[in-house]
Design a protein around this ligand. Structure first.
Ligand code: GLN
Length: 187
């Protein structure tokens, strides 16, 4: 199995490092050719507006949509990646998103960079909590009936799953905690 990490922009290198630590083959994805040889995809954090432009200009966006629809292609979006998976994005300058998960995400809802924070989260099936970073994170404001909330923080869902799609508003890779990646690999 090869796990693709969308590598147009953002902190894709940290995700590749975690996959390496887990002994999972990874590949940076920047084109349709790259996408064709991966079995799963991680969309990293960064600027969702920037990632969105590359996604749609390269044709990779349409192919991700097709594979999710026709093959249940597993995709994990973190932070900007979670924004891009959403059906509806609110907040200032919302990017064109993939629109794959039935949720509304408010971009930069916590404020500016200075309002970034760390938190510990309870994850189902895990005894010890996870320490994660919320970096200019979005807030998931609404989820549809098929979206399962796996973790919440201060009343808002922060890790959600809909079929083969997983979205988290935080960065697990900053502290190199591998458990969310393991969860994604188990989908
Ligand atoms: N604020 C960024 C955006 O809206 C997301 C931040 C992140 O991925 N850490 O694109």
């Amino acid at each position: 199995m090869t796990v693709g990490v969308l590598a147009f922009h953002g902190d894709f290198a940290e995700h590749i490092q975690i996959l390496e630590d887990l002994n999972v083959k990874s590949k940076e994805v920047r084109s349709l050719q790259d996408l064709a040889v991966v079995h799963r995809l991680i969309i990293p954090g960064g600027e969702s507006t920037v990632i969105s432009q590359f996604l749609f200009a390269s044709g990779v966006a349409e192919e991700i949509r097709r594979r999710v629809r026709e093959e249940n292609f597993p995709v994990y979006g973190t932070c900007a990646g979670a924004i891009l998976l959403a059906k509806r994005v609110t907040g200032k300058n919302p990017p064109r998103a993939l629109g794959l998960m039935d949720m509304t995400v408010n971009r930069n809802a916590y404020g500016t960079q200075r309002e970034s924070f760390e938190a510990t989260l309870k994850i189902p099936g895990e005894k010890t909590p996870l320490s994660v970073a919320f970096i200019r994170a979005p807030v998931i404001e609404r989820v549809g009936p098929r979206v399962e909330v796996l973790a919440s923080h201060k009343g808002h869902p922060v890790l959600v799953q809909e079929g083969s799609l997983l979205a988290g508003t935080f960065h697990p890779e900053v502290r190199a905690d591998k458990r969310i990646h393991e969860l994604f690999l188990s989908l």
